[in-house]
Ligand binder design. Structure first.
Ligand code: BGC
Length: 755
């Protein structure tokens, strides 16, 4: 339907306009009946609906809905199409409930494994997070329901989340914390964006013109409206001016009155307010128009089946020394409270009121498997009960295999607080170690929203990580353990050996007012690779019951220039006996000598399904952007000319093919020449190299003055290095009065050469 929104806005009073910029209650925008402006209902998100029960007064009492795999699990699928399927199912439920906007996806970067909300977020890598977010958003929005991508931006911890300032360089912000949002906005235009609680470099996200207008709208062309996280508004008037359209849930009119007063006083332009109202109404009417079409029937049973199907593709087989898949007919004991009551979702605003949860135990029984059960430890506490502990150990000793269902109790990991350590409950670690000592076929199944230390990893045969797989997690675990499905998930984050190894160990979570992102762009595998550190399981890792071989990796050209692209092809073959899925990962390594670049960065990935014996060719297209970093001196993305390596493989530490490509560009970084510019810098630039070589030839040995020290050999290397880092003014320092007169004309010649 056509709506003349600017005309509607012209008919609104100033008070009505200010009122439209904040919620009517927790979950609705305001209606203006006299002008036919309807209300819009929003609902959490992200992995299922938390829609307030209309019969209840409590905003936290939600209707029954299906709990799909949480963000941590979806990310492990490495499959944007899976995220799309999840989104579409949630979108259908949203239509049935009358929800206009789903509050998700949540895509903040996993800076530390300790962040309490990591279970909701996707990855430590912005490319992976962005592609999955775009898939999810396209899925939800295909149903005529909007999304709210959150929390924009740099909200990677819960500690003092409403006030702490995430302090970082522009490069870090641009390369790590913004690109997932950028990809999602460009590929899927979410109807709304939710700004985060925190400050970024001292400015509240809810007041940041740079984030909400300059970057989001001007650079990325975002068309929808921005809402605040619940209670994220500090100075409402500044927020409107910066581009924050809707305040949620509202301030009982206090902030609306401030907007009115500011417009009257001339400190806020009415045009800025009108813009916010127009943006909100565009979406309000869009949602109303979509809702006019008949809603799909609510099919919670059907969606439960979808949730279980998706969960199978999200689990990661971390280790398998041969016990998995379990042999049908063998005698297996299931140990651990999670076998009966799996942990399948996290706590906080994403908590779903589910209709039914599958447990692995119940699924094994329904399939007639030879499984017995001993609790061993409870799922909700760190508690050791001696008799139960010993019962579990002896049952394990008598069985053909023992499967321990372990994980983090909900009280260990939730929105609102960060973890203080990375350990599983002691009672679980102890029992796993004891069982592994008596049973060589011990399998650990993990239910956790983020990495945990696994001190027993070398002692057990297999480890299967289910993450928080949603309400179908038990059915998925059953199918994967017994070989009815083949694991195909990959780690969306590094599993470090210990907390002390993590990139921001010394700077997380900061002093409460500020948290310094000192590790810069070295987040996740970028850090572990640069430090050449051993990890427990690397980013991108995940095993299968079949095997894959990579062949014929090739580039369509050995070199390409700015503005062009190059294609990369590789064939992958399933050389095992079971159908399976391989995730082909493409990383780029800068070999141009540019300093401060991580050893490799994920740029592309694709998940391919292969029957036994089947081979498929995959193809990726690379452009200059894929080679680039954010150069602060240029204020833009930049790839230096020279050589880049293209790494293709199964994980960040299991590369099967390496190709080399040369890149050329007419763009240059600004080169400022002054007395402190070094001879090395001048020798590297093709415009100044010859000039400086001539000066060196004239100056002879005077410049190094015999300070290179030591033996003949040492001195030839040392001389080269000393000269390399010698500033131009050294020519005067070492060359004496004769050289002093040279410096000004030399600077002029050099500067002219780079014009
Ligand atoms: C969370 C958001 C959520 C909102 C509404 C906030 O506390 O940070 O992610 O959408 O509450 O429940």
């Amino acid at each position: 339907m056509e709506h003349n929104i600017p005309e509607l806005v012209a008919q609104l009073t100033l008070e009505e306009k200010a009122g439209l910029c904040s919620g009517a209650d927790f979950w609705h925008t305001k209606a203006v009946e006299r002008l036919g402006i309807p209300t819009l209902m929003v609902s959490d998100g992200p992995h299922g609906l938390r829609t307030q029960d209309p019969e209840r007064d409590d905003p936290n009492h939600s209707r029954k809905a299906v709990c799909f795999p949480a963000g941590c699990s979806v990310a492990a699928s490495f499959d944007p199409d899976l995220a799309r399927r999840e989104g579409a199912a949630i979108g259908r439920e949203a239509r049935a409930f009358g929800v206009g906007v789903v509050l998700g996806p949540a895509i903040n970067i996993k800076r530390s494994p300790l962040c309490g909300r990591n279970f909701e977020y996707y990855s430590e890598d912005p490319v992976l997070a962005g592609e999955l977010a775009a898939g999810y958003i396209n899925g939800v929005q295909s149903q005529g329901v909007g999304t709210s991508i959150k929390h924009f931006a740099a909200n990677s911890q819960e500690y003092r989340r409403m006030s702490a300032s995430s302090d970082m360089t522009e490069r870090t912000l641009r390369e790590i914390y913004l690109p997932a949002f950028e990809t999602a906005v460009k590929k899927s235009q979410p109807w709304t964006v939710m700004c985060s609680y925190n400050r970024v470099n001292d400015v509240f996200a809810s007041e940041s013109r740079m984030l909400l207008t300059d970057i989001l709208r001007t650079e990325w062309n975002f068309k929808g409206f921005v809402m605040s996280d619940w209670g994220a508004v500090a100075d409402r008037v500044k927020g409107v001016a910066a581009g924050l359209d809707l305040e949620m849930p509202g301030s009982g009119g206090v902030n609306d009155a401030k907007i009115v007063a500011a417009v009257k006083a001339g400190t806020l332009s009415e045009a800025a307010l009108n813009k916010a109202v127009i943006r909100i109404l565009n979406i309000v009417f869009r949602a109303a128009d979509e809702a006019a079409a008949p809603a799909p029937e609510l099919d919670l049973k059907g969606d439960h089946t979808i949730a279980a199907e998706l969960a199978k593709e999200c689990a990661v087989l971390l280790q398998n020394r041969g016990v998995l898949p379990l042999k049908k007919g063998s005698k297996v004991v299931y140990i651990g409270g999670f076998a009966k009551t799996p942990r399948y979702q996290g706590g906080g605003s994403s908590h779903i009121n589910t209709i039914r949860v599958d447990s692995a135990l119940e699924m094994a029984e329904s399939h007639g498997r030879r499984v017995s059960y001993v609790e061993g430890f409870p799922a909700d506490l760190d508690q050791r009960e001696e008799e139960e502990f010993l019962r579990a150990v002896s049952a394990a000793a008598e069985a053909d295999a023992a499967v321990i269902f372990a994980g983090l109790p909900e009280s260990f990991e939730s929105e609102g607080f960060d973890r203080s350590h990375m350990r599983l409950p002691e009672s679980q670690n102890n029992l796993i170690a004891r069982v592994a000592a008596v049973q060589k076929n011990t399998v650990v199944v993990l239910h956790t929203g983020s990495p945990v230390e696994c001190p027993w990893a070398n002692d057990v045969n297999a480890v299967l990580c289910m993450y928080l797989g949603g309400e179908g997690v038990g059915a998925a675990a059953d199918a994967l353990l017994w070989g009815d499905a083949n694991p195909s998930g990959r780690l969306p984050e590094t599993w470090p050996l210990r907390l002390e190894d993590t990139p921001c160990y010394l700077d997380f979570p900061g002093d409460g007012r500020h948290v310094e992102y000192r590790e810069g762009v070295y987040v996740g595998y970028r850090w572990y690779d640069a430090r050449k550190m051993p990890v427990l399981w690397p980013f991108g890792h995940g095993l299968s019951y079949t095997g894959f071989v990579y062949r014929n990796a090739q580039l369509t050209a050995d070199e390409f220039a700015e503005g062009d692209s190059v294609r990369v092809r590789v064939s992958v073959k399933n050389v095992g006996m079971m159908p399976g899925k391989e995730v082909v990962q493409l990383y780029v390594a800068d070999c141009t000598g540019t300093t401060g670049r991580p050893p490799k960065e994920l740029r592309k990935f694709v998940k391919v399904k292969l029957e036994p014996g089947e081979e498929k060719q995959v193809e990726f297209t690379l452009t200059a952007q894929d080679l680039s970093y954010y150069d602060e001196t240029l204020g833009s993305w930049y790839a230096a000319p020279g050589e880049y390596k293209i790494l293709l493989g199964h994980s960040s530490r299991d590369i099967h093919a390496t190709l080399s490509v040369r890149f050329s560009t007419p763009r240059r970084r600004p080169f400022v020449i002054d007395e402190n510019t070094t001879i090395g810098e001048l020798s590297k630039d093709d415009r100044t190299a010859a000039i400086i070589q001539q000066v060196l030839a004239q100056a002879g040995n005077a410049l190094t003055g015999g300070n290179a020290g030591g033996s003949e050999i040492a001195s030839s290397e040392a001389v080269a290095q000393m000269l390399d880092s010698m500033p131009l003014r050294g020519i005067v320092n070492f060359g004496g009065p004769a050289a002093a007169g040279m410096i000004t004309p030399l600077l002029e010649i050099l500067r002219a050469a780079i014009q």
